[in-house]
Write a protein that binds this ligand. Sequence first.
Ligand SMILES: Nc1ncnc2c1ncn2[C@@H]1O[C@H](COP(=O)(O)OP(=O)(O)OP(=O)(O)O)[C@@H](O)[C@H]1O
Ligand SMILES: [Mg+2]
Ligand SMILES: [Zn+2]
Length: 450
Amino acid sequence: MSSKLSTFICQNCGTETSQYFGKCLNCNSWNSIVEEIKSERSKHQDIKNNKKSIPFDKISSKKISRFSSGFREFDRVLGGGIVPGSVVLLGGEPGIGKSTIVLQSAGKISLNEKVLYITAEESLEQVKIRWERLNQKSIDLQIFAETNLFLILEEIKRVNPSFAIIDSIQAIHNHEMESSPGSVSQVRACSSELQILAKDYNVSLLLIGHVTKDGSLAGPKTLEHLVDTVINFEGDNISSHRLLRSIKNRFGSTFEIGIFEMLEEGLREIKNPSSIFTNKENISGVTTTITNEGTRPLAVDIQALVNKTFYSNPRRTTTGISINRLHQILAVVEKHVGVKLSEFDCYIATGGGFEINDPSSDLGVAISILSSLKNIPPLASTSFIGELGLSGQVRKSNNLRTKIEEAVRLGIKNIVVPKLEGELNNNFQNLINIKEISNIKEAVDYALSK
Ligand SMILES: Nc1ncnc2c1ncn2[C@@H]1O[C@H](COP(=O)(O)OP(=O)(O)OP(=O)(O)O)[C@@H](O)[C@H]1O
Ligand SMILES: [Mg+2]
Ligand SMILES: [Zn+2]
């Protein structure tokens, strides 16, 4: 028996309402609400009744044996490789290289594991042409071109691979539902069926999902709670660099990143990523900070441009750090260094537009701003680490040791850090000059006096 239910779903954030609104009440996007008909199947399927609760101490704690994606950078983002039976969602904007990285990875995995590649967007021939361009060796990969969810589920059960890829989740559909492929209810329904299959058959699944800026396709946002791991594939149209960034991970730390370069022959891992986000020039308005993204320290330049304003409201823009963070840093600098920044426009950009989430980049931002304002280059070969408190103090930073180690590895001569505890400073004697400071004023006196 099936009954029809009509519901209105925001295609941007997935919020459901019982009536139509021109603007989503949850995410405020316009014209994103679409009527969807759900035909609810009565789920009286024969439920396997062979599962029983067990005492907690009967569970064997044998380690989950992960397998490699074939890329060290990808493995790191996954928390150390692919977990059997897990579901990973790989999101990214159109054309960023999702199919490419996944196909390269599938090729490498298939040397050791059984892999099934389900292409719902491209024909078998198109995938083959990509494969040939990527110049991969011949491999033992099963490939299936299909968009019907039930046929896909059957094929996964039949082949019983260790790893299966769905390219993409928005292109497949459950024909029992009347909504179109890519709609929120289709994407959700397909993902949850696939998720159940992954657990029951211990198949690791990788779902590719498109993200569009205008939210016209169901964003992976609506799937985040359904899957184990959410990874974003990011980049820009200017540079060939691509970043994998974990947004959610049940099996590892989040905000872990992997860095690649897009070449004609596919994606290549970048071995020394700090080198691509820094320039090592000593000019006014530029400092280097060492941020922590996931478990990895990474040196990134911070550039500031501070100019007398022609507007009644000075301009403030940022690339790579949040605008709110900049407003707060400007307020702290104005109050505790005693400069009148309200008369100046201020633009901030990180090296390569790299998105920094680590608050210990504050000090580098502040020094870049003051360096540009005074037109004095900061002390040469110096990195700045520390979160600015509202009262001008420089607060402790996470993973300071690994950040200092990265600075040493990169041959940086001086590093300005919050007051250290215990022996940390002694460990780096003769390797780098560590300047401990407790407030912004001390950092300015040290780094910006001629
Ligand atoms: N011949 C080529 N030489 C170099 N780079 C190429 C070549 N062909 C494609 N590319 C790169 O590959 C990208 C497309 O990769 P891919 O198809 O894997 O992306 P995608 O994220 O899967 O895209 P879609 O959203 O269309 O599925 C292009 O944007 C381009 O950067
Ligand atoms: Mg693709
Ligand atoms: Zn919404």
